[in-house]
Write a protein that binds this ligand. Structure first.
Ligand SMILES: Nc1ncnc2c1ncn2[C@@H]1O[C@H](COP(=O)(O)OP(=O)(O)OP(=O)(O)O)[C@@H](O)[C@H]1O
Ligand SMILES: [Mg+2]
Length: 404
């Protein structure tokens, strides 16, 4: 869910796109519950997208994922009206795209939208910098200005020094970066990326994904990214929409989709994913318990431990900053001789950040006599990782539904 106060950049409501001359008829059949295949057999109409709705917040990377033919590209192209939707609404910054005049639509595409495709054609006889500046040139941006902008975005994508090269001199990965730079050259708020990295070999692809994430930290675009690759979607997507036969069947974070798939189809789709690889401490942690404040007494700490049937407690400040762990033996000793909690605190108790991958947690938890505190950048104790949390994460079906 997009939380309150976030700025919605792109909003799609009940969007449908039928290829064929009788879209109304096809839409009626869809409402009656006929499938995409049945409609094609009966009427020859092709369902591209059916009844898609979602919002994308400013700065978000939203991934459209699904098998070939599920409607990802069609949906993306409806957003900038390269395809004219058969029904529904699209808004960019709250402005209805489908009601824009041709002139306004051109302006919005020029100023707010950038597109990056898999098979973009670089102009072979122009230098890299000229290729990147090409879109600006077409729009009549003066030469000095467009070359300065092109140089800037080439730096952003790590191609500094290659300005005067020609496309055939660049590797596939570098060429794809040129495509990305070209998409960024007009400084769009919103980037629409269709399988932008799919042609790259796996290692370079991963590198490009990381670079996109880095870039996103710097420029904070809103990105709608089409991919048929689940690993890619999980790696870069803040949220993922999974499509099937033109319809969106689940929207959620990668974790939500992995741990509570909406139906059998999604469950099958994600079944091959190595859960441990994608889950982080934040996704598997439990509420920290027991917790006591540093200014309470050892007696109070012991009482709390007894009540919770634990032999340790997390100790925090009144502001919930993590200070350390107190163990039962020490608390008892301190109580006997009138020491304070801070005198017997284990200060160097290992803590992990919310982003720590589960793969790293496994050995840490195994080697720790008590649960691992999860502490965020502001030193706040946000949760704990124990054996149960890890088991739940690694076997979600068993833990949550009692079925494997
Ligand atoms: N121009 C078109 N004319 C007719 N049918 C089309 C057209 N473009 C797409 N379709 C159909 O719409 C459906 C969705 O296609 P789309 O290209 O959006 O899928 P996709 O999810 O992007 O697939 P891929 O992963 O192969 O790119 C498919 O059944 C496709 O055959
Ligand atoms: Mg496609």
């Amino acid at each position: 869910m997009i939380s309150e106060g976030e700025n919605i950049k792109v909003s799609v409501r009940n969007l449908s796109m039928i290829f064929g001359d009788r879209p109304r008829e096809a839409l009626r059949h869809l409402e009656e519950g006929l499938t995409k295949d049945e409609i094609f057999e009966g009427t020859g109409q092709i369902v591209g997208v059916y009844n898609a709705s979602f919002d994308v917040a400013e700065g978000e990377i939203f991934v459209l994922m699904g098998l070939s033919g599920s409607g990802k590209s069609t949906l993306l192209r409806c957003i900038n009206r390269l395809f004219e939707p058969s029904a529904g609404e699209v808004a960019i910054d709250g402005e209805n795209v489908l009601e824009m005049t041709p002139q306004r639509l051109r302006e919005v595409r020029r100023t707010k939208l950038g597109m990056v495709f898999q098979n973009f054609a670089l102009l072979p006889h122009r230098t890299i910098i000229e290729n990147v500046a090409y879109g600006l040139e077409v729009r009549g941006v003066p030469k000095g200005e467009r070359l300065a902008k092109a140089a800037e975005v080439l730096r952003l994508v790590g191609l500094e020094g290659h300005e005067e090269s020609f496309p055939p001199q660049l590797s596939g990965g570098m060429q794809q970066r040129v495509g990305l730079a070209r998409g960024l050259a007009s400084d769009p708020d919103i980037l629409l990326m269709d399988e932008a990295f799919s042609a790259l070999d796996p290692l370079i692809r991963r590198e490009m994904q990381d670079e996109l994430l880095d870039l996103q930290d710097k420029v904070n675009k809103t990105i709608i990214f089409v991919s048929h690759d689940l690993d890619e979607a999980l790696h870069i997507g803040d949220r993922i929409a999974l499509m099937k036969d033109g319809a969106i069947i689940q929207i959620g974070t990668g974790e939500e989709i992995l741990t509570s798939p909406a139906d059998e189809y999604v469950a099958k789709f994600v079944a091959g994913v190595n859960m441990a690889k994608v889950l982080t401490a934040e996704g598997v942690m439990k509420r920290a318990d027991p917790v006591i404040f540093a200014d309470s007494t050892p007696e109070a700490a012991l009482k709390r431990m007894r009540k919770r049937k634990k032999s340790f407690a997390f100790v925090t400040s009144r502001k919930e900053e993590f200070l350390g762990i107190i163990r039962e033996e020490e608390a008892r000793g301190a109580a006997e001789i009138g020491e304070r909690i801070e005198d017997v605190l284990v200060l160097d108790a290992p803590a992990v950040s919310p982003e720590t991958p589960v793969t790293e947690l496994i050995s840490l938890v195994a080697g720790s006599p008590h649960p691992l505190p999860v502490v965020n950048d502001h030193k706040i104790l946000v949760g704990m990782i124990n054996h149960v949390a890890l088991l739940d994460a690694l076997t979600p079906g068993v833990a949550e539904n009692g079925v494997a």
